[in-house]
Design a protein around this ligand. Sequence first.
Ligand SMILES: C[S@@+](CC[C@H](N)C(=O)[O-])C[C@H]1O[C@@H](n2cnc3c(N)ncnc32)[C@H](O)[C@@H]1O
Length: 210
Amino acid sequence: MPVLEEYILSHSDPEPELLKEMHRDAQVNLLHGRMISGHLQGRLLKMFAQMIRPRQVLELGTYTGYSAICLAEGLDEGARVHTIEIDDEMSDFIEKYLNRSEQKDKIKLYFGDALQIIPKFEDEFFDLVFVDADKRLYGEYFELALPKVRKGGFILADNTLWDGKVLEEPESNDWQTKGIQEFNERLAADERVEKVILPVRDGLTLIRKK
Ligand SMILES: C[S@@+](CC[C@H](N)C(=O)[O-])C[C@H]1O[C@@H](n2cnc3c(N)ncnc32)[C@H](O)[C@@H]1O
């Protein structure tokens, strides 16, 4: 780990034990363990939840449930995280940790395609949306989610620097880089929202609906 990152982590709140265990388990036993938000971003998500004090949070892309637990940690009593995961093979892994988490009752898990599920939240409005699913579809998630966000509410989009690849000409079949680049370009010109990219981890864009 780079020395500066070590310094940042050792001077920030520690990663809770359950999340540490989940993180280790994912690195060893899952194919894409590095997709997890991790210590720094997890503490940041909790802090954002505490700052925004959302009643309803929507997460696109649960994976292990790591970030859902971090968001839930920052919620007031009675507030909820609705998290959507397309891969139902993650169910055992997610349940294993969710069942041991103090945040369990604040998290509602949905299996399916976010593009199909978001329109079903007919009467639900969100104060905070965390977009962290398929990078090729960020533009579509954003357009579906925005009408469901309250005026003054926030969307956080993860991986928007995509390992620095946003600066390069993508290979013709690199649809993930193209998806992120296109999302960033359109968002920059989008007057419905305010936005700022934080160079944290893989890039986290903070978006506020006007
Ligand atoms: C980067 S991981 C999420 C990591 C998690 N949010 C965290 O920070 O710990 C992305 C997840 O999105 C899921 N995903 C991809 N496309 C999706 C879709 N259309 N709807 C819901 N989930 C999707 C993937 O299966 C994967 O588990």
